[in-house]
Ligand binder design. Sequence first.
Ligand SMILES: *Cc1c(COP(=O)(O)O)cnc(C)c1O
Length: 397
Amino acid sequence: MISALLPNYARADLAFERGEGAWLWTVDGRRFLDFGSGIATASLGHGHPHLSKAIAEQAAKVMHVSNLYRIPQAEKLAARLVEATFADSVFFCNSGAEANEGMIKMMRRAMSDSGKPERFRFITFEGAFHGRTLATLAATGNAKYLEGFGPVVEGFDQVPFNNMNAVRNAIGAATCGIIVEPVQGEGGVRPADMQFLRDLRAVCDEYGLILGMDEVQTGMGRTGKLFAHEWAGITPDVMSAAKGIGGGFPLGAVLAKEQFAKALKPGTHGTTFGGNPLACAAGNAVLDVILAPGFLEGVQRKGAMMRAGLEQIARDFPTVFEDVRGLGLLLGLKCAMPQGEVQAACVAQGLMAITAGDNVLRLAPPLVVTESDIEQGLAMLRRAAEACTGKTQAAAQ
Ligand SMILES: *Cc1c(COP(=O)(O)O)cnc(C)c1O
């Protein structure tokens, strides 16, 4: 008989009761170091006092009123995001897929409003992940996720990642824009070449295309800049954010330059929950922490420290790990053996890591992780690799 909770996930048999910083305790009292952050989402870790207080205080006042009314918490959060980024205006929603849907609709509508409704197609990339709704699945283009879900939403042309010739060849009279992740998260923690991002900007300018950046996973400080495209020294035209933006509270956003944002006039797009007082109180509290002086530099420093430790472990265990990749605190270890076995060995040592495509073990600790946490995590990973090596040697004999 089917379980009451729909069994669409392959869940690990772990249930957590509470957390503090990068640590979580199970209902039966075992302690784990969380280097997955609920898929790069609990950016301030668990039980963060400033975030929990902001949510509790707002919940006691007013949680939800709908977008029929002004929402001061949303106005404030939007103004702060505009101040801190390339964007002139922000639309709030509830998830990454919903942010990408909003971004796709904004790009199409802006192109249509500019007198070119025939330009509705998007160039996206192999290995991308943009979400699980019908349009974002089409943008993702992964055959495994699309199977059995009926006709694929029309208008997405997939080309190899980091390949400018392929991009240029795919541009046609119907192309509206390009949608890219600065680091492919689900696809295997694969960073875009910085020059590739600059070339995408240039090709969009050359052909009058709209550059859409999916920063759902890479944004909100994850790579050590507020948004990862800043590393390339370029700005997109529109951008999606979610995951870390609410620190674990569901919140998504579309950030855009005025020229594109103005396409979504009253009645063209909307959401019931999106940007409600509670979600935006969470978003403002997260931003208080991330924008505090020195915080992002700390993410860069801790990312570099963790990367150096991972590189040493990869060198010491070549039968377990092939290489280290990523940016800031979004790091991946390409595995030389099945990633699931390495992940299980980590859990046995008390370390929670997540997997990604391309046989990669993904590490995305909370941005508030301490240097001592990182040292402990690296020690657990080393013991996990030792256990895996024991197994690979046994298998070879
Ligand atoms: C997780 C993710 C999404 C989808 O976000 P949901 O909140 O699960 O809908 C979209 N794009 C990227 C890059 C992601 O990492």
